[in-house]
Design a protein around this ligand. Structure first.
Ligand code: 2PG
Ligand code: MG
Length: 489
């Protein structure tokens, strides 16, 4: 039996489903079949009297995100009463290769940012194609979505419409099976990795069980996320030495509070915050921002570098003019790629920095190669705009030795299946993964479960204030308790 037989041809090929999946593991829960017996023969669950939920209704609603901008919410209701809901995030410093966020462009409503067209696409174009399907068949469902919109950046229906359905289906499937979302996603992730390795003839990966990621948390915001003057977008901390997630979170909050006090005492803004909850002071330069964060770690009674490391999201694309990197905070300096690499190296030499995201612009591939050759053995070089969670761009990075880690943002690519493909490509190429929120967020906490399910190295949610961020941090606290608690307690 070819489990992908019911997929539309093109979509199956795009998702890399050209091979029959015959392993016991991969057949489990696929298309309503469970493997039974040592021979691995598939027995339809329906034939054994197990009811398979099907999608009965798909609703879309225009709601608001943390910046007060419209975004898409999708709710899927199954015939067994199970429901799943997802609300889409939105970026400010976006990469050019990101999937399309479809906006209405009607200046009379929300300054053109309305998403009513995307909502209509969900209810009028996508819903008829997926009603009656089992939401647990994520790969088949995503293949249908990709068949409906086969444009490279999902410009026909909008990635906000497509991803809303893809994620809401996962929530509905988890609810229908009575399992936490991270368990359901872990099962899908295992299947995705098995399938990819079979297709590419790689040795089967060992897929670790669900595990807590280390947070990477915004302390000071600059760039496009805050009104200050700093060129770099995020100055973050990561509690690498914390014994567990809950302890790490307490450290982060302590550092954040100490930092606010230090900034205020020095006469800088230490209360008002940027889009992601980081402080937005007008400091003299990028270096001073890092110095403040180091002092805050020390003021919290923690050891910089040992217990807590510093991470940067330079977001260099937004100050690259095609030729030069224009650093305004430090006297309007105009730097070449090599100057920029020198600048980053000089920071790594002095401060306990172990991760730099988007240190160079999204299409400066040669620069990225030199940056990776120079600093790749000392720090994690994370591609965000560079990769846009796109498996093809990540594969290019692996091939060219550009970056050694991938930022994973579900709305940059637009389906769960493609997100898994991006993560698989990164891991198979020796990169680590950082699951990330966007600067525009909501109460949706899906990425917490995604990071746990895939045992991602780190998660980047923004700061530890504002409830759209805390929804994820708090979800992680609950998951950590669940993972520690024996079943049924
Ligand atoms: C980033 C993200 C989150 P945005 O650059 O990593 O910090 O920002 O969502 O604006 O792209
Ligand atoms: Mg970034």
């Amino acid at each position: 039996m070819r489990w992908f037989a019911s997929l539309p041809g093109n979509a199956a090929a795009r998702l890399g489903l050209a091979l029959p999946v015959d392993s016991r593991h991969a057949l489990e829960y696929v298309h309503g079949f469970r493997v039974s017996g040592s021979t691995g023969s598939a027995v339809p669950m329906a034939a054994r009297g197990v009811h398979l939920a099907t999608i009965a209704h798909v609703h879309a609603l225009e709601v608001l995100d943390s910046r007060g901008r419209p975004t898409v919410e999708v709710e899927i209701v199954c015939d067994d009463g199970a429901r799943g809901r997802a609300i889409l995030p939105s970026g400010a410093s976006t990469g050019a290769a990101e999937a399309c966020e479809l906006r209405d462009g009607d200046p009379q409503r929300y300054d053109g940012l309305g998403v009513q067209r995307a909502c209509r696409n969900v209810e009028e174009k996508i819903a008829p194609a997926i009603v009656g399907r089992n939401p647990a068949e994520q790969f088949a469902l995503d293949a249908v979505l990709l068949e409906l919109d086969d444009t490279p950046q999902k410009t026909a229906l909008g990635a906000n419409a497509i991803l809303g359905v893809s994620l809401a289906a996962a929530h509905a499937a988890a609810a229908s099976q009575g399992v936490p979302l991270y368990r359901h996603l872990h099962r899908l992730w295992s299947q995705a990795r098995t399938r990819a390795t079979q297709q590419q003839g790689r040795p089967a990966p060992s897929v670790p069980p669900p595990a807590m990621p280390t947070p990477m948390t915004n302390m000071i915001s600059g760039g496009l996320h805050a009104g200050g003057n700093l060129d770099f977008q995020d100055y973050l901390v990561s509690p690498r030495g914390a014994p567990d997630y809950a302890t790490g979170l307490e450290w982060i909050v302590r550092i954040y509070n100490r930092l606010g006090r230090l900034l205020s005492e020095a006469g800088y803004e230490g209360r008002l915050v940027g889009d992601e909850g980081g402080y937005g002071p007008r400091l003299a330069n990028n270096r001073q921002a890092v110095e403040f964060v180091v002092r805050a770690i020390e003021a919290a009674g923690l050891m910089p570098g040992e217990q807590v490391t510093i991470c940067l999201d330079v977001a260099a694309t937004h100050f690259f003019d095609g030729q030069h990197y224009r650093l305004a905070a430090t006297g309007d300096r105009s730097l070449s790629s090599d100057d920029m690499i020198d600048e980053l190296e000089s920071l790594v030499d002095v401060f306990p920095i172990d991760s730099i995201e988007d240190g160079l612009a999204e299409d400066d591939w040669e620069g990225w190669q030199r940056l990776t050759a120079r600093l790749g053995s000392r720090v994690r070089l994370v591609g965000d705009d560079l990769f846009t969670t796109n498996p093809r761009r990540i594969a290019q990075g692996v091939e060219r030795h550009a970056a050694n880690a991938a930022l994973i943002k579900v709305n940059q690519i637009g389906t769960l299946t493609e997100t898994f493909a991006a993560m698989d490509t990164a891991l198979a190429g020796g990169m680590t993964c950082v699951v990330s929120a966007r600067s525009g967020e909501t109460e949706d906490d899906t990425i917490a479960d995604l990071a746990v399910a895939t045992a991602a190295d780190q998660i980047k949610i923004g700061s530890i204030v504002r409830s759209e961020r805390l929804a994820k941090y708090n979800r992680l606290l609950r998951i950590e308790r669940e993972l520690r608690t024996p079943a049924g307690k």
